[in-house]
Design a protein around this ligand. Structure first.
Ligand SMILES: Cc1cc2nc3c(=O)[nH]c(=O)nc-3n(C[C@H](O)[C@H](O)[C@H](O)COP(=O)(O)OP(=O)(O)OC[C@H]3O[C@@H](n4cnc5c(N)ncnc54)[C@H](O)[C@@H]3O)c2cc1C
Length: 439
């Protein structure tokens, strides 16, 4: 049966990573596309840690850009060539610093980003691609026909119709919840993230992060940064600023001896962090929700007349040593657009007609990675000692190695074993084995 007349082929709700790429791809495939973005401009309210793994963006441009996107003009901050993982207790900090040429290779590289700039660039791309954009208005409702098939959106006074609506409105998607039956996430599945951006000149950043000119470092912290509750800290070197923040699940923060704001103050003053931001001016402060539940949280992706992409579908992974959401958002936006165009061409935008989205997602790294690490959120949530006792233990081990006070020293083995045994050698091995099997 031929499709009914609509105002647009595709409406995309939200111009973040998922929405912008969905709109770009659908327009490249010759469809008429409307993007509605509630921010005055794209990125106005968006927040990430953040570092984007570039592979999915490269894949989109390789396929669709016909050479018109100059990679060097994308407003990335710095290519991340140093990975640092830190365990901190109130008085100490142990950092593993890893660098490798492989981190910078095209197709497997990652970049620090500031969403204000990055999302505006994405929106420019969408506009140049021929999409119509309505900024500054939030979509309040999805329109449906008598059969329950989504037929468009309501934004302010306007009702606008489309063959397919792609919901890419990010975390806390009220549209997915109210109109597509997505369940409300539980408090232990959602984290609150806060972030501050500190301005520093380029050279000072490179000196303090110990990176070559133009390159950057990513640093994730565990332990005292969240006052010992489940969560972590992050720090990314941008061109002329440092992004610093904390993430902790809502249910965990309720157990903490402090608020996330006070934890952030303490984090900034920790001896491992304070020298890096010394003398820097704080120019931005933001807060955002982030889903932490992994594969278990992913909501229904395909509906009659609608698809859900990016954070709106809870496509986010926090593995402790890395956070990924943007590369998943980019890939899901692309797959949603491809499936929407395919369904429109086949004149079947029912759930069955749009099923190509799920097939693409299931066959891609997005769902495969989410499933591989499906057990990790629960493991992390119940691994309390990782956030309290282990950072302390690591501090004690390194103190026992490096503190020299003139007292005759025991062999290293005799200094370290009691510290580890005190925590229960067997329990420790079991916990580490459990964690490794979830990663
Ligand atoms: C503290 C923190 C740290 C993170 N660190 C990282 C990291 O280092 N690396 C990484 O890959 N990921 C990270 N993430 C996750 C990542 O930011 C998200 O996965 C990613 O931004 C999702 O993109 P999206 O396009 O789905 O949603 P968003 O980027 O949130 O975009 C949604 C868009 O929709 C708009 N919108 C919302 N509601 C409406 C509406 N009703 N009508 C119209 N428009 C609407 C918003 O204004 C926004 O522009 C982090 C997240 C947080 C909170």
């Amino acid at each position: 049966m031929a499709l009914e007349e609509r105002d647009f082929d595709v409406i995309v709700v939200g111009c973040g990573c998922a929405g912008a790429i969905a709109a770009y791809v659908a327009a490249k495939k010759g469809k008429s596309v409307l993007v509605v973005e509630r921010g005055e401009y794209a990125g106005a309210k968006n927040m990430t840690g953040g570092r984007i793994y570039a592979h999915s963006l490269r894949a989109v441009f390789d396929e669709y850009a016909d050479g018109e996107v100059d990679w060097d003009e994308i407003p990335f901050e710095r290519k991340i060539t140093h990975e640092r993982i830190a365990m901190m207790d109130p008085a100490s900090n142990m950092t593993i610093d890893y660098t490798s040429e492989n981190l910078g290779e095209a197709g497997q590289e990652s970049y620090s980003v500031l969403r204000g700039e990055f999302d505006q660039w994405l929106m420019g791309l969408v506009e140049e691609g021929g999409c119509e954009i309505i900024p500054g208005i939030a979509v309040e409702a999805l329109l449906k026909d008598e059969g329950g098939c989504v037929t468009g959106i309501r934004a302010g006074e306007d009702e606008i119709t489309a063959h397919v609506v792609i919901v890419a409105e990010g975390q806390n998607s009220l549209l997915a919840e109210r109109f597509l039956g997505a369940p409300r996430p539980k408090a232990n599945q959602m984290a609150v993230g806060i972030k501050e951006v500190f301005e520093l000149d380029e050279k000072t950043i490179e000196d303090r992060f110990l990176t070559p000119e133009g390159e950057g470092a990513a640093m994730l912290f565990v332990g005292d940064c969240t006052h010992g509750v489940v969560g972590g800290g992050f720090m990314y070197a941008n061109k002329t600023s440092v992004s610093l923040g904390l993430v902790s699940t809502i249910s965990e923060m309720e157990k903490a001896d402090t608020t996330i704001y006070q934890a952030m103050e303490d984090f900034k003053n920790h001896p491992a962090v304070a020298p890096i931001i010394r003398g820097a001016e704080m120019v931005e402060h933001s807060g955002h929700m982030v889903s932490e539940g992994g594969a278990e949280m992913v909501s229904e992706l395909v509906h009659d007349g609608a698809l859900v992409a990016g954070d709106a579908a809870m496509l986010c992974m926090n593995l402790g040593y890395m956070v990924r959401g943007m590369d998943l958002a980019v890939a899901s936006g692309r797959f949603a657009a491809e499936a929407a165009c395919e369904a429109i061409d086949a004149e079947n935008v029912s759930r069955a007609g749009l099923a190509g989205y799920k097939t693409r997602m299931d066959g891609s790294f997005v769902m495969k990675d989410l499933r591989t690490f499906a057990k990790w959120p629960h493991t992390m949530e119940t691994w309390e000692r990782m956030f309290t006792d282990y950072p302390k233990m690591v501090g004690e081990i390194f103190d026992s190695m490096f503190v020299v006070d003139g007292t005759p020293q025991q062999p290293l083995r005799k200094r370290i074993m009691p510290i580890v045994k005190q925590r229960g050698l067997f329990k420790l091995a079991k916990e580490v084995k459990g964690a490794l099997s979830a990663l």
